[in-house]
Design a protein around this ligand. Structure first.
Ligand SMILES: NC(=O)c1ccc[n+]([C@@H]2O[C@H](COP(=O)([O-])OP(=O)(O)OC[C@H]3O[C@@H](n4cnc5c(N)ncnc54)[C@H](O)[C@@H]3O)[C@@H](O)[C@H]2O)c1
Length: 261
């Protein structure tokens, strides 16, 4: 198989699980050097090590700017450049406003939004020096359209989308692209920790995906790979949904009524 990211270097936050791990595996298969960064220990990361020798894992918190700067400096010293940043670290939370405690609100905004800001801030100096780079933030369809009871999470992801557009505007002339991936509901540990406790809601949410199923982390990694690659060289400032049609519009059962199943 040809390796389309040969000689590229990727830094991925949230790389120990779910979408971030799938991106690390895909990038490794495509020949990139991969640096994973996550709060979790690197247990899952061994799969990436089996795919490439050009990889390293750093245990750390996206709220720690200095930690990410040090990890990126080490990556550049080891592999030579920083071409791709994927910000997949994030947490879920739920609750309508009157039920969300300020501390819980702040934690979601801190990790999902400020953590993304700090990862981008850590990556930009090297990308600016190179005058090239592709930044892919992982937002959510829930940052594009709201969903019931998702106040803090949805607000954090909407802000990530706009932050990404701003990065695209501010650094485009330096050859740096920035796009937001907006996943639908993807079968990851985060997904299962929430959805498996609510079977009725899970079924209703499944039906809102017009393909009639949830997504897989590998499908998100495919979109991230495209955005990272030179095939996306004229794509910047976009919020790209990988959502099986979730954001097309609401379902009212007409498809079933017409036997289109
Ligand atoms: N799974 C979905 O349905 C879905 C849908 C839309 C968006 N997303 C977004 O995709 C991203 C990845 O989610 P996932 O489903 O793969 O979840 P996941 O829980 O499987 O993976 C998230 C990873 O982020 C890491 N992480 C959390 N806080 C961190 C911190 N402060 N510093 C460093 N690492 C941290 C976790 O340890 C974990 O390894 C998240 O930003 C999530 O909001 C997921």
């Amino acid at each position: 198989m040809p390796q389309h990211l040969n000689s590229k270097v990727a830094f991925i936050s949230g790389a120990a699980s779910g979408i971030g791990l799938a991106c690390a595996q895909r990038f490794a298969r495509e020949g990139a050097a991969v640096v994973g960064f996550d709060l979790q220990p690197s247990d899952n990361w061994s799969g990436v090590e089996q795919l490439t020798k050009k990889c390293t894992f750093v245990e750390g918190d996206v709220m720690d700017l200095a930690g990410q700067q040090a990890a990126i400096e080490a990556a550049v010293a080891q592999f030579g450049t920083l071409d791709i940043l994927v910000t997949s670290a994030g947490i879920g939370d739920a609750g309508p406003v009157h039920m969300v405690e300020p501390d819980a609100w702040q934690r979601v905004i801190d990790i999902n939004l400020t953590g993304t800001f700090l990862s981008i801030k850590a990556a930009l100096p090297q990308m600016m020096a190179q005058r090239s780079g592709s930044i892919i933030t992982v937002a959510s369809v829930e940052g594009q359209i709201a969903s019931e009871g998702g106040s803090s999470y949805n607000a954090s992801k909407a802000a990530v989308i706009n932050l990404t557009k701003n990065v695209a505007m501010d650094y485009g002339q330096m050859g740096i692209r920035a796009n937001a991936l907006c996943p639908g509901f993807i079968e990851t540990p985060m997904f299962h920790s929430v959805m498996d406790h609510m079977p009725d809601m899970k079924e209703s949410v499944r039906k809102e995906h017009k393909l009639g199923r949830f997504g897989k982390p590998e499908e998100m990694a495919g979109i991230v790979y495209f955005l990272a690659s030179d095939d996306a060289s004229f794509v910047t400032g976009q919020a790209i949904a990988g959502d099986g049609g979730y954001t097309c519009g609401p379902s009212h059962g007409i498809v079933e009524l017409m036997g289109l199943t």
